[in-house]
Design a protein around this ligand. Structure first.
Ligand code: ADP
Ligand code: MG
Length: 256
């Protein structure tokens, strides 16, 4: 059984009032992701990537189609009915400020999911372990977000996303706001988390150059649809869809 099974997923956004236009943010998206696999979701701004991630995590509901996580259907609902999904997943967003409470110390921020999800481990020990895992000094636990660099903040956000031991990590453009050198370090960290913890990772990006350095498989999205999907090496070497070719031509590829 796949970890994620996405079948015919669509999401329409209706404007307010009669006659206002409908945005088809997703149009019949289907794919599967196995446990421990890496997938890059690539497409320009507005192609539906964030909408798809929100549906995977039941932060929003589909207009049509289904999402299954380990065989269980994912539908939005009250927090108490979604605890199982929260325990199995973590998300990192582009801007670590939006996922960190400025009034909470790093230690409190990172242990918060353990409390919220009722994970019965030694919280202090777990926080210490996870900070070490993402390459942060244990001493940072007493600091506040504004005292950290952008790269450190993103590492803290990553700690929060994995502290409870999920099976799936979603990164929605987690590198976009970082300097180029820091970006490479955080990408390497994501790769280590995948390799060492056996985490499945979905990495959303508008940069197709990232794909060859990270993901085994890639989905190329355009206007709410998956226009191309396959093994990364294959898609990069021989893109089939004109849109994928355009993306590849537009972005200078990182040297391999
Ligand atoms: P991406 O993450 O690839 O940039 P999004 O999933 O954010 O794309 O957006 C896809 C489309 O859906 C865009 O046209 C966007 O304007 C629209 N959209 C996203 N969220 C909403 C919303 N809450 N209400 C109305 N339209 C939305
Ligand atoms: Mg987005």
């Amino acid at each position: 059984m796949s970890l994620l099974e996405v079948d015919g997923l669509s999401r329409d956004y209706r404007g307010r009032g009669p006659g206002s236009p409908v945005t088809h943010a997703l149009r019949g998206v289907s794919f599967e992701l196995g446990a421990g696999e890496t997938l890059a979701v690539i497409g320009e701004s507005g192609s539906g990537k964030t909408t798809l991630m929100r549906l995977l995590l039941a932060l929003d509901g589909a207009t049509a189609g289904t999402v299954r996580f380990a065989g269980r259907e994912v539908v939005p609902g009250p927090a108490r009915t979604l605890g199982w999904l929260r325990r199995e997943t973590g998300i990192v967003l582009q801007d670590p400020y939006s996922s960190l409470d400025p009034r909470m110390s790093v230690g409190a921020s990172v242990s918060e999911p353990l409390r919220a999800l009722g994970v019965s481990v030694d919280h202090r020990a777990r926080v210490r372990d996870v900070l070490a895992r993402v390459g942060l000094d244990a001493e940072l636990a007493g600091r506040y977000p504004h005292e950290l660099s952008g790269g450190q903040r993103q590492r803290v956000a990553l700690s929060r996303a994995i502290v409870h031991g999920p099976k799936l990590l979603i990164g929605d453009e987690p590198l976009s706001a970082l300097d180029v050198t820091v970006r490479a370090q955080v990408l390497e960290l994501l790769r280590e988390l995948h390799r060492d913890l056996g985490l499945a990772v979905v990495l959303v990006s508008h940069d197709i150059g990232l794909v060859q350095h990270f993901a085994e498989r890639v989905l190329v999205m355009h206007d709410g649809e998956v226009v191309e999907a396959g093994a990364s090496a294959q898609v990069l070497a021989a893109p089939q869809h004109p849109y994928t070719r355009r993306l590849l031509a537009a972005v200078p590829r990182l040297s391999s």
